[in-house]
Design a protein around this ligand. Structure first.
Ligand SMILES: [Zn+2]
Length: 232
């Protein structure tokens, strides 16, 4: 970090005795810079776990690492999924529960850097923003906090994605988590997913059947840590 020039001009008493107000503020600034925290947004990974390392069998279809998403662009240069440790472990419990019913999870998105929330917001239409289908980047998304996940079901017997009322990121009323329109099989699959997630304390989002928040999600900080462009 850049040390302010003013540091050299501090009165002698402030370097060796009780810190002045200026000294205290400077100390706080240095602390914030070293902790990777800017404007309240963390840029450090801390306890975000890589889901593929934690459970290599977990199925991923990370849409923002492909052009198969509503923006039509690749937003993640590499397909990796991270969650805070308690959320990641809760998700593995859901996976175990579903396995006994003949299903697995299919992860569409997990932790999302704040800059990607901004990119999604920029790509959305004014109506999509108004209707709450994209998070306001100034407030951040729970995905930015590492405790929200987008996912569907995988049929273990058929070895294919389970039918749901809509595709991922389809912004329509049919995608609402309590929508009653759609094939019976799709509605049953959605209820199976909702029930399994609720058992582990995940909360659904009314507008999107695929989105779930872990408990106490808002108590975690917003992050803009990225897993690409890392210096070795
Ligand atoms: Zn989501």
């Amino acid at each position: 970090m850049i040390v302010p020039r003013a540091l050299g001009g501090l009165p002698a008493a402030s370097r060796a005795g009780t810190p002045t107000l200026f000294g205290r503020i400077l100390g706080l600034l240095i602390l914030l810079a070293n902790s990777g925290c800017h404007d309240g947004i963390r840029s450090s990974r801390e306890d975000l776990l890589d889901l593929s390392i934690l459970q290599p069998a977990l199925r991923l279809d990370l849409r923002y690492a492909t052009a198969n998403n509503f923006t039509g662009h690749i937003l993640y240069p590499s397909p990796r999924a991270f969650l805070l440790a308690p959320t990641a472990h809760a998700l593995l419990s859901v996976e175990e529960d579903l396995k006994r019913q003949g299903y697995g999870l299919l992860i569409y998105d997990a932790y999302r850097p704040q800059r990607i929330t901004q990119a999604l917001f920029d790509s959305a239409t004014p109506q999509q923003r108004r209707e709450g289908y994209v998070a306001d980047p100034s407030k951040g998304s729970r995905h930015n906090r590492g405790c929200a996940v987008d996912l569907g079901l995988w049929d273990l017997q058929q070895q294919q994605v389970s039918l749901m009322p809509t595709g991922f990121d389809e912004f329509s009323e049919r995608a609402h988590s309590d929508a009653s329109k759609g094939p019976t099989e799709a509605l049953l699959n959605r209820e199976r997913l909702r029930s399994a997630m609720a058992k582990e304390g995940f909360k659904e989002l009314p507008n999107e059947w695929w989105h779930f928040d872990d408990r106490d999600c808002d108590s975690h900080p917003i992050r803009d840590w990225v897993w690409w462009d890392q210096t070795p």
